[in-house]
Design a protein around this ligand. Structure first.
Ligand SMILES: Nc1ncnc2c1ncn2[C@@H]1O[C@H](COP(=O)(O)OP(=O)(O)O)[C@@H](O)[C@H]1O
Ligand SMILES: [Mg+2]
Length: 303
């Protein structure tokens, strides 16, 4: 066990949801690497009323994916946790995809997106393949792919359902390169000095395989990937625009898909609770465990 000056073991909470009492499997290598380094590790659901968050040296968000229907409650909870990674202001900013509009305004190439606010009238595009999805979602929930004009009724129905629930709708062209090149997820973790650095990358196959809303269980086709120089460069630029600076982050995932001309577009920046695909890269779980313990050492010296 690692102990502090008073002899107390270093304690890390990995935050999950009630459906993953033993964590999501992607985080098992992280838990094991922390245990191997002598830390005490608890899997705790974010909405556990009995959790003692102040009793942890660091509270690390991992799989709290049931927050999407009560995101205000989730953000309010995050604000009460003093030692949270990533920090609560980042969680608030990043769990609503309106941040994509900010990044576009700052000049970054994002997936072309129209935001339709609740109650606002939406004029559907006349033709082409389109994706409709909410600004607050994980795991492609409430997300559909529509060929217009054939699927107009179904497309309108999803947009109207989101609007009626007070949710913002995003309308994007279906990026067909996701079917061939796939989606590239670039994972960044702190290096030995604590600076956020490229760690590894994966290719994810397409998730919207049929027309209409994606429903039910799905499996992700994940393989390792060496990102191109353009993809690495865009990931750097995205991180350069993170409010408060990227070096506050314990982890970041940048999801990119090629646009029509082949240049990468940002599909999503995941700073709240991304799957990190730790098994796909040698040493990734060890690097993250070391970064967690380093952060705890640095903040206990500072505090
Ligand atoms: N514009 C798009 N073109 C092609 N595929 C898309 C598009 N938007 C979403 N998808 C598919 O849906 C998945 C989920 O969408 P995403 O924007 O990543 O939201 P989240 O992962 O938060 O649910 C993506 O991984 C991708 O497979
Ligand atoms: Mg995604």
């Amino acid at each position: 066990m690692i102990h502090d000056k008073s002899g107390r073991a270093t304690r890390v909470a990995l935050v999950t949801a009630d459906i993953f009492p033993d964590l999501y499997e992607d985080d098992h290598p992280l838990r094991d690497a922390l245990l191997a380094r002598g830390a005490a590790v608890d899997a705790v659901r974010w909405d556990d009323p009995a959790a003692d968050w102040d009793g942890y040296d660091l509270v690390v968000l991992r799989s709290p994916w049931d927050y999407t229907s009560r995101r205000d409650e989730f953000v309010a909870w995050a604000r009460t946790v003093s030692r949270l990674a990533n920090p609560a202001d980042i969680v608030e900013w990043n769990t609503d995809k309106h941040y994509l509009g900010e990044l576009a305004a700052a000049g970054l190439p994002i997936t072309p997106t129209t935001f339709v606010e609740p109650g606002e009238a939406w004029t559907p595009p006349e033709a082409g393949e389109w994706v409709i999805k909410p600004t607050i979602s994980v795991g492609s929930r409430d997300t559909g792919r529509y060929l217009l004009p054939e699927d107009l009724t179904a497309a309108r129905a999803l947009a109207e359902r989101l609007s009626a629930a007070g949710r913002t709708t995003m309308v994007q062209p279906y990026l067909a390169a996701v079917d061939t090149a796939g989606e590239t997820a670039i994972l960044c973790l702190p290096d030995a000095t604590g600076a956020l650095t490229f760690s590894h990358a994966i290719r994810k196959g397409p998730l919207l395989n049929g027309r209409g809303e994606r429903l039910g269980e799905y499996s992700e086709d994940i393989t390792t990937r060496t990102p191109s120089a353009r993809e690495r460069d865009l990931a750097e630029r995205v991180l350069g625009l993170v409010p408060g600076g990227a070096d506050r982050l314990l982890y970041a995932r940048i999801d990119l898909v090629p646009g029509q001309d082949g240049a990468p577009l940002l599909l999503e920046l995941e700073l709240a609770e991304p799957t990190l695909f730790l098994r796909t890269a040698d040493g990734a779980a060890a690097r993250l465990a070391d970064a967690i313990l380093r952060r705890i050492r640095v903040s206990s010296r500072a505090g």
